[in-house]
Ligand binder design. Structure first.
Ligand SMILES: [Zn+2]
Length: 125
């Protein structure tokens, strides 16, 4: 059996850090719990200079990509915490076997065992 207490602490720490990062870059979608929306650095769309505008679009696209990546981590952590509550933490979502201790230590929000590592991205939420 997996001792979930240590992992829970780790996950909660990671979630706190991610929440701060996400809040700096965007806002939490009030309609969809799993969704974060990237915000432009300063909301001023009256810039006349096209170059400045292009810079801002690029900056915003970069932020959107960062938010998307952070959002995936964030949702995996929320999911892992929910699994701890449901007593299904540490179970591979593909083969339902226990995930290797080594893998969980490297990534406490891992959803698959090492064998099914490549399939994690294809899992639905
Ligand atoms: Zn597996």
């Amino acid at each position: 059996m997996i001792d979930t207490n240590g992992y829970k602490e780790l996950l909660e720490e990671q979630l706190a850090v991610l929440t701060i990062d996400l809040q700096e870059l965007g806002i939490h979608n009030p309609q969809v719990k799993e969704d974060w929306i990237a915000l432009p650095k300063d909301i001023e769309v009256t810039e006349a200079d096209e170059n400045i505008k292009a810079d801002k679009v690029e900056d915003w696209m970069e932020r959107t990509a960062t938010v998307a990546a952070l959002e995936t981590d964030y949702n995996n952590i929320v999911l892992a915490l929910a699994k701890i509550e449901r007593d299904t933490y540490g179970m591979c979502e593909v083969c339902k076997m226990e995930i290797e201790e080594e893998r969980l230590q490297a990534d406490p929000s891992a959803r698959t065992c090492m064998t099914h590592l490549g399939e994690e991205e294809d899992l639905t939420k």
